[in-house]
Design a protein around this ligand. Structure first.
Ligand code: NAD
Length: 273
């Protein structure tokens, strides 16, 4: 049943009436964040790839479950013109953007000297440059309203490196730098910009690495999970999309007004090494 926005206490719907755009939100962490923001009362605009009927179901399920308005933009985060269209359409339909979550991302694993140039270009475009475009285009609306929350989904790989992930590590380190610049530029006008740095979260992006690593190392999936993927993650468990979603809600709330320019690890202790 739809949440009753008339009687639900504001403390339970801290983002009531806010409008959030979440890139790459048709699966995994982005979908978890979209559901969490909607649960906190925000209207959400989804983005990402998938079968039209699946996306329509996600959109209508979120609207019905949480009693918020939902939208969807098909924009390819590799295309600046499509990103501009997504932001313009959102402003046209919802009149404002309060929360911008730059989450869309892809991965490719290969030694640096064999790294395919097209994969490098795609990872930098989707994992880094798209955030520059969404931010430059959404900031004027936030500035007008004197309120904004930008949340960039970086990675533990924004803080430390691993071999064979040159493009991903470079893009994730880059988005943390971009986060700091935006935080400084917007600090006096009610806009915060922070990065969340997950360790391993079980999603399709990680699932795609498990079989590949099992074949490469000649070991079982369970061994890959514990000894390869979670080797660096001291708590030996995947973080959940709900945990990342809850942190995004907090960063988007009034309570986080003084938190800006940080890169917050959610990595079970990985970057404490
Ligand atoms: P996922 O593959 O489940 O989801 C990725 C989303 O991005 C999907 O909705 C997909 O359709 C969308 N997407 C991909 N290319 C796109 C494009 N060109 N344009 C628009 N949308 C596009 O992956 P995930 O694990 O949920 O990853 C989400 C983010 O979290 C990524 O930035 C990733 O780097 C980051 N991250 C993930 C983990 C993890 O362990 N899963 C850890 C740290 C950081």
């Amino acid at each position: 049943m739809a949440a009753d926005t008339m009687t639900t206490p504001r403390s339970l719907r801290p983002l009531s009436g806010k409008v959030a755009v979440i890139t790459g939100s048709t699966s995994g962490i982005g979908l978890g964040i979209a559901r969490a923001l909607a649960g906190a009362g925000a209207h959400v605009v989804l983005n990402g790839f998938g079968a039209p009927e699946d996306i329509e179901r996600m959109r209508s399920d979120i609207a019905a479950e949480f009693g918020v308005r939902t939208g969807y933009a098909a924009a390819d985060m590799m295309q600046p013109a499509a990103i501009e269209q997504m932001i313009n359409d959102t402003l046209h339909e919802f009149d404002r953007i309060d929360v911008l979550v730059n989450n869309a991302g892809i991965q490719h694993v290969a030694p640096l000297e064999e790294f395919p140039v097209d994969k490098w270009n795609a990872i930098v475009a989707i994992n880094l440059s798209s955030a520059f475009h969404t931010m430059r285009l959404a900031l004027p609306s936030m500035r007008r309203n004197g309120f904004g929350r930008i949340i960039n989904i970086a990675s533990a790989h924004g803080l430390v490196a691993s071999p064979f992930k040159s493009a991903y590590v470079a893009a994730k380190h880059g988005i943390i730098g971009l986060t700091k610049v935006a935080a400084l530029e917007a600090a006096e006008i009610g806009i915060t910009c922070n990065a969340i740095c997950p360790g391993y979260v079980y999603t399709s992006l990680v699932e795609a690495q498990i079989d590949g690593q099992a074949k490469a190392h000649g070991i079982s999936r369970d061994q890959v999970i514990r000894d390869v993927l979670l080797a660096q993650q001291p708590n030996k468990r995947f973080a959940t999309v709900e945990e990342i979603g809850a942190l995004a809600v907090f960063l988007a709330s009034d309570a986080a007004a003084s938190i800006t320019g940080v890169a917050l690890p959610v990595d079970g202790g990985w970057t404490a090494h």
